[in-house]
Design a protein around this ligand. Structure first.
Ligand SMILES: Nc1ncnc2c1ncn2[C@@H]1O[C@H](COP(=O)(O)OP(=O)(O)OP(=O)(O)O)[C@@H](O)[C@H]1O
Length: 269
């Protein structure tokens, strides 16, 4: 088995943007551009970056939910994304969501039942498990999504801001469980959070994404120090300087010659 859990080579992701000027053509821009890294099995990677820098886009690609427009991704093992939009079917009950997820993964009835029991224990949703998820609060959805992913026990966890909506008690319980996954079960974890303290305390490796590019990948303390200095520097700027920097950053992401994305381009590309 490879010592790496994930290998990314020159990953790009292009999104289309509607501009203010409706007469203009739609603009394409890089949500991610030429992102390359290798993450070893058992590593715990904190992904840092300001709003809109590309962290969630990366997490969707890591989870195999979203495809990419260039480069190569190799994932060794099963992965699960835990995010605020956890991919739950809102029309179905919590219990039915577990059944559907289990069936899609080809799990036996016995295994699905075990998962259900584990979710009932961990999520503490009581009879809400039998209500449609559309009636859940955002914290309850987070509880269900987190508990299902934990019970499925994948090799690679991708946690995208999932703890920010749960209450303090549940967030602490999840952190405790994630520390066990890190220390006792050697799981690979990608962890996105705007809480620098949480990232610094929990992660071993840091990955800083800014303007769709990988700025730094390495020791968690070093990456956190550099990112924090950048944020402080930005905050000290005048509003005019901030806008100039934001505009420059965005202009660099715009694709001047739109990339044709026909079916044949995808197949042959
Ligand atoms: N489906 C989409 N279509 C078009 N643009 C998108 C789509 N999803 C994200 N974007 C854009 O891609 C860029 C990166 O978004 P992403 O959600 O990855 O950022 P992020 O780093 O996770 O931000 P945040 O910290 O605010 O959660 C942003 O400019 C965002 O507006």
């Amino acid at each position: 088995m490879s010592r790496y859990a994930v290998e990314m080579e020159n990953i790009s992701k292009i999104y289309t943007l509607k501009t203010k000027d409706k007469a203009k053509k739609k603009t394409q821009f890089y949500a991610l551009k030429d992102v390359s890294f290798k993450v070893e099995q058992g590593d715990v990677v904190g992904i840092l970056g300001t709003n809109g820098s590309g962290k969630s886009t990366l997490s969707l690609i890591l989870a195999g939910i979203s495809d990419h427009d260039g480069g190569k991704v190799t994932v060794h093992g099963e992965q699960a994304l835990i995010s605020i939009n956890t991919g739950l079917n809102l029309q179905l009950t919590g219990e039915e969501n577990i059944n559907v997820k289990g069936a899609l993964m080809g799990l036996s009835k016995k295994r699905i039942q075990e998962i259900k029991e584990s979710v009932i224990d961990f999520a503490e949703l009581g009879d809400f498990l039998y209500q449609p998820v559309k009636k859940y609060s955002s914290g309850m959805k987070s509880r269900l999504g987190f508990s299902i992913s934990l019970a499925l026990n994948p090799d690679i966890f991708i946690v995208d801001e999932a703890l920010s909506v749960g209450d303090k008690g549940f967030a602490q319980k999840c952190m405790k469980r994630m520390m066990q996954l890190r220390d006792e079960e050697n799981k690979t974890i990608f962890f996105i959070s705007h809480s620098l303290n949480q990232v610094r305390n929990f992660c071993k490796t840091g990955m800083w994404i800014e303007g769709g590019k990988l700025v730094e990948f390495g020791d968690i303390d070093e990456v956190c120090d550099h990112y924090s200095a950048y944020v402080d520097q930005y905050n000290a700027m005048s509003e005019k300087e901030k806008k100039k920097l934001r505009d420059e950053k965005f202009a660099k992401r715009i694709i001047k010659d739109p990339v044709k994305k026909t079916l044949w381009d995808r197949i042959l590309g």
